[in-house]
Design a protein around this ligand. Structure first.
Ligand code: PBG
Length: 334
């Protein structure tokens, strides 16, 4: 026999021992469930996101009730806005009778205990498909965009949102939104900031779901990607700077997006801040798992639970994931 003092396998010997020493555990209340909503009367499947739908309001309520019953405690809603309501300055984003304010009011009435998170950015409302206003020279304008975002955030808070999620990556937006919310008496409404949001190809299926990709039609030189405001995938230290700024400006929760290719960023921010951290397991990550699972090439349940656990291990407290309901179901059954 070998003369070994340490035999780490001793604690892996039985399921009971393994469960006693497991360092990170997944639970349904770790999940934030992203949902799409549209004006149509149909529940529309989304091509590259099997199992995700564009819901009408009734369908949305039922899906959120189902999520609640599975133990999920937060949803985030994204609108597919009618083409006729899109404009260069995205003003539909602060229409009190717009799709998102109506959806929030319905959800607050029907499923009052569920935490409602929103997305703040212009892209679903922009005829140019950008998160901010694009100037005639093709520049995404920072400060002018922030005025729109503050109005959007206030209308969302007024409709009953619990957590406001700026996903636009304009400089200074967290502080400006915090001030706008406080001025209007919404000091109790939190900000979950998309702090380190990278200019990523992993958002492709989401942009299909909302038809919100940058567009080239029209006379303006529209930038074809979002790299003048979203972060460069080559940068890690810059994420720490973004985190420090968001924290100083009053963010309550910091988010890293995408998640899987950026686990190192989650880990870095975990070392830098005491605030809760969220990871966004984005549409492209979801599509890859779903397509391989459909072909029978991977075990979907095992892959999803392992992936979600990796976000916790990296240091995330919360995970935005389209797998939320499936994962909650699997966790329940054991
Ligand atoms: C909009 C927004 C995007 C996502 C969330 N909010 C797309 C983008 O920035 O282009 C992506 C989410 C996903 O891919 O699941 N600002």
């Amino acid at each position: 026999m070998m003369d070994l003092t340490y035999r780490p396998r001793r604690l892996r010997r039985t399921p009971a021992l393994r469960s006693m020493v497991q360092e990170n555990i997944l639970g349904a209340s770790d999940f934030i469930y992203p949902l799409f909503v549209h004006e149509g009367s149909e529940i529309e499947p989304i091509g590259a996101m099997p199992g995700s739908y564009r819901w009408h309001l009734d369908g949305l309520i039922k899906e959120v009730e189902r999520a609640w019953d599975l133990g999920i405690r937060c949803v985030v809603i994204f609108p597919k806005v009618a083409e006729s309501l899109k404009s260069e300055d995205g003003s539909e984003c602060f229409n009190e009778d717009g799709l998102i304010p109506r959806a929030i009011r319905c959800l607050k009435k029907e499923v009052p205990d569920m935490t409602i998170m929103t997305d703040v950015a212009l892209d679903p409302y922009s005829s140019d498909g950008h998160d901010g206003i694009v100037s005639s020279e093709g520049i995404v304008l920072n400060d002018e965009t922030i005025d729109q975002l503050c109005r959007q955030a206030v209308v969302q808070a007024q409709s009953g949102a619990d957590l406001i999620g700026p996903s636009d990556m304009m400089d200074g937006r967290v502080g400006a939104i915090r001030e706008a919310l406080d001025d209007q008496g919404y000091e109790h409404v939190g900000i979950i900031s998309y702090t380190a949001k990278y200019a990523s190809a992993y958002y492709g299926p989401f942009r299909e779901a909302l038809d919100s990709a940058p567009r080239l039609e029209g006379g303006k030189p529209i930038p074809t990607d979002k790299s003048t405001y979203q972060m460069d995938p080559g940068n890690a230290r810059e994420a720490v700077t973004e985190a420090q700024l968001d924290e100083q400006e009053g963010a309550d929760i910091l988010m890293v997006k995408p998640g899987l290719a950026y686990l190192d960023i989650i880990y870095r921010l975990r070392e830098e801040t005491e605030l809760p951290i969220a990871a966004y397991n984005v549409s492209g990550e979801y599509a890859m798992v779903k397509s391989a699972a459909e072909k029978g090439w991977i075990d979907e349940k095992a892959i999803v639970l392992e992936t979600l656990l990796s976000f916790k291990r990296a240091g995330a407290d919360l995970i935005l994931t389209y797998h939320a309901c499936d994962a909650a179901k699997w966790l329940k059954k054991g």
